[in-house]
Design a protein around this ligand. Structure first.
Ligand SMILES: [Zn+2]
Length: 499
């Protein structure tokens, strides 16, 4: 007890002279004091510790626990600036493993910094962008982010393979891959291609060291092709139950048309129940054995199982941009806006669909599979950033311990990006992408929502939670200040439209 008291006194003493960081400006050195760390490696919380950042790297972690103090390893590092993390949790910055950079919705402009600032406010320091139209502008954004010229997470560009002119032959597929490599893409997003094109495309991508994210539709290929060809990750879930249907095709009604989104999403809700359970386990085993990861984006289908919940999320009041609000409304012209005639029967099928899907995810990880986390927001009532926190809650609902859930969104996503040696951990030598959270996300993932939580402390009602600081590449961002800027962007956009 005496040792502990000494430690607490010295924390106060060391803290006396240092400056608070300036939001958006990298300090020469920064120490996060007295933090409890959740490393992102699937290991439990540990602390307290002082984390020292120099430039854009984690330079030192000094443990302050009684044992370290007793054996003399608890030196107190100093730095020009510091953040007091007493009672707070420090995690690796969250990686959004399936995201879209959007500066318009349905052809109506939406300011890019709206999305970038929500991401940072939600603790997201890296984004795997899968399949925007304009690869060149994304590569430009990636560069500006890397140089610290714009407040933004790191951007990893997975260029859309099937941009016009759509490569229809194996030769055209190889040429497209070479062109994307030359442009500087980090990877390729594959959607709706036939087997011959996919085979050539994957072969060429492997030769050039490009990673592949596959969104299988209901199409010729399924997870067996991903296993055979070496896809990096299957996005969403299509292609996995399909590979386990004994008769090779789902039992669609004769009127079904894939391009009718009501049909597409309605009968997707019947897909998992048609997968043969034994065959499904074979698919999952093979994916794990061949290192095909799974990015499930559970959040993006949630409206299908509970439309009322999806349409009434509390953060819409202050943070939903009117352009996105309009895009979410049921409208057959907008992708994912298919809720016309959506019935309680549809929701019931989808609830069963989720149960089987979540069980498959759990089995996949138990069999050695790699699971990431991404939100696919900007569609189907999911708001950027908030959607990723919801995704984490749904991973917990699937049965994962919150320690594993955090791992999915940090070091697992870093592995899917091929960046596990410098991203996704709180570890000396790693890039300084960290978040300081007001609360314990292992106790309640909701503390990650920037709008915080209400709870009782010593008999009194208290509002707390949210990410306090998002540090990306050694640059600290005051998350509540960014969120206030987002609120102002939304307020002005609504005022301009007379709302
Ligand atoms: Zn997507």
């Amino acid at each position: 007890m005496r040792v502990l008291t000494t430690a607490l006194l010295s924390i106060a003493a060391v803290s006396a002279g240092a400056q608070a960081p300036t939001s958006g400006k990298r300090a020469e050195s920064l120490v996060i004091r007295n933090a409890t760390i959740v490393d992102g490696a699937g290991t439990p919380a540990i602390g307290p510790a002082d984390i020292v950042i120099r430039g854009n790297r984690i330079a030192e972690i000094a443990w302050l626990d009684p044992v370290s103090i007793a054996n003399g390893r608890a030196k107190r590092p100093t730095a020009a600036t510091e953040i007091d993390a007493t009672g707070k949790y420090v995690l690796p910055g969250l990686i959004n493993g399936h995201a879209h950079v959007q500066d318009e919705r349905g052809g109506i402009p939406q300011p890019l910094d709206y999305e970038l600032k929500i991401w940072l406010a939600c603790g997201i320091t890296s984004v795997r962008e899968v399949g925007a139209d304009n690869t060149a502008s994304l590569i430009d954004l990636r560069g500006r982010s890397d140089r610290g010229e714009v407040a933004s997470p790191r951007i990893f560009v997975y260029a859309r393979f099937s941009n016009p002119p759509v490569p229809e032959t194996p030769d055209a597929a190889r040429q497209r891959v070479r062109d994307l490599k030359k442009m500087g893409a980090d990877g390729i997003k594959l959607l709706l291609v036939d087997r011959d094109v996919m085979t050539a495309m994957e072969d060429e991508a492997h030769k050039l060291g490009l990673r592949i994210a596959h969104h299988a539709g209901v199409e010729e290929t399924n997870a067996w092709d991903d296993i055979r060809l070496g896809t990096t990750s299957i996005e969403h879930w299509y292609g996995i139950p399909d590979a386990a249907i004994k008769d090779g095709v789902q039992n669609f009604p004769p009127s079904y048309n894939y391009n009718n989104e009501v049909d597409r999403f309605r009968y997707a809700g019947h897909l998992w129940r048609e997968a043969d359970p034994d065959r499904l386990m074979m698919v999952l085993d093979s994916m794990a054995a061949h290192h095909v990861a799974w990015m499930p984006t559970l959040d993006i289908y949630e409206a299908s199982r509970d439309l009322t919940r999806a349409q009434n999320q509390p953060w819409f009041r202050d943070y939903l941009h009117p352009t996105l609000e309009e895009y979410f409304k049921p409208n057959p012209n907008n992708h994912g806006s298919y809720f016309l005639g959506w019935t309680s029967t549809d929701e019931t099928f989808w609830k069963e669909n989720y149960r089987i899907w979540m069980n498959a995810l759990r089995e996949f990880e138990r069999r050695g599979g790699l699971i990431g986390a991404g939100d696919d927001a900007g569609f189907i009532y999911q708001l950027y950033g908030f959607g990723l926190i919801r995704e984490l809650e749904l991973h917990q609902e699937a049965g994962f311990n919150p320690i594993k859930v955090i791992q999915h969104a940090t070091s697992n996503n870093a592995r899917i990006l091929g960046r596990e040696s410098d991203l996704g951990r709180v570890k000396v030598g790693y890039l300084a992408d960290l978040i300081v959270v007001d609360g314990n996300p292992l106790e309640n993932l909701k503390v990650l929502y920037p709008t915080g939580v209400d709870h009782i402390v010593n008999g009194a009602q208290v509002h707390s939670g949210g990410v306090q600081w998002t540090i990306k590449d050694g640059i600290p961002y005051n998350a509540p200040a960014l969120l206030a800027e987002v609120k102002e962007i939304v307020r002005q956009a609504r005022a301009a439209r007379g709302h």
